[in-house]
Design a protein around this ligand. Structure first.
Ligand code: NDP
Length: 248
């Protein structure tokens, strides 16, 4: 299966409930709209409500299934907030078929020798600890699905420790590790598959901040990388777990 060129059937995600973190912007906003366009009810998670409302309106005016907005600041949320999240989603939807961990903080592009502890803590909190807390809280809801998919978001610098990427790179190594540990724990005893996507260079605000001298017109837009997101979210990827895949 050439998952980078996967062609999804129009009803791929019909009846599925899928949560997307960082759904307000960049890859997350496009992934949420794409999942909705293939039939999913999407839960738009993020911290900037007016931006989430814009994504909500785009989905509603396109006539796709009505989404939901779930405001959450991943830097500040506590374990109790994730327990409350479970309760509210259970009450409203009764199950969860997909969870895309997409939100991310870039932090500083600077040597470890100069790296600020406060930035380190923020990046690790958002990119790793929040993912752990949310995954742990929502696993019982994902278990209620016949076929559920958890997707983590990695990066090329989460596989090779390149200089000056600091906590961001280290957080992505940790994300790859969390995905593998969880995939191996669930394999054979659960309907939940767990994989990582490396988006590759994609035209977003984060990319422009990380590479200010790059001409944005030379790189892919989020819409271009959606085939792999659809493949891993839909049932055609049943049995695929513990993988880290490149979207381009
Ligand atoms: P953007 O900066 O465009 O979007 C990041 C998203 O994460 C936004 O929705 C943002 O919310 C949200 N977010 C950040 N911090 C928090 C927080 N504390 N609480 C809640 N939400 C938060 O980035 P991309 O779309 O480029 O990145 C998406 C993912 O892809 C990230 O995990 C990134 O590491 C990864 N990636 C991206 C690449 C690229 O080239 N673009 C390459 C490799 C990996 P808000 O709108 O409120 O700021």
């Amino acid at each position: 299966m050439d998952s980078q060129n996967y062609s999804a059937p129009q009803d791929l995600l019909t009846g599925k409930v899928i949560a997307v973190t960082g759904a307000s912007d960049g890859i997350g906003a496009v992934a949420a709209k794409t999942f909705a366009s293939f039939g999913a009810t999407v839960i738009l998670m993020g911290r900037t409500v007016p931006k989430l409302e814009k994504v909500y309106d785009d989905i509603e005016s396109a006539g796709w299934p009505q989404p939901a907005i779930y405001p959450i600041c991943l830097e500040g949320a506590s374990e109790k907030d994730y327990e409350d999240m479970y309760d509210r989603l259970e009450e409203t939807f009764g199950k969860l078929d997909g969870l895309l961990h997409n939100a991310g903080e870039l932090g500083q592009r600077t040597p470890i020798a100069n790296y600020k502890l406060s930035t380190w803590q923020k990046v690790l909190q958002v990119n790793v600890t929040a993912e752990f807390m949310m995954t742990k809280a929502l696993l019982p809801l994902l278990e209620k699905s016949d076929s559920a998919s958890i997707i983590f978001t990695t990066s090329g610098v989460g596989r090779v420790g390149k200089p000056f990427w600091g906590a961001y790179a280290i957080s992505k190594f940790a994300t790859e590790g969390m995905s593998q540990v969880l995939a191996n724990e669930l394999e054979g005893i659960s309907n939940i598959r767990v994989n990582c996507i490396n988006p590759g260079a994609t035209r977003t605000r984060m990319r422009a901040t990380a590479f200010p001298a790059e001409d944005p017109s030379t790189i892919k837009i989020p819409e271009d990388i959606m085939p792999l997101y659809l493949y891993l979210m839909g049932n055609d990827s049943e049995g695929i777990t513990g993988q880290s895949m490149d979207a381009q």
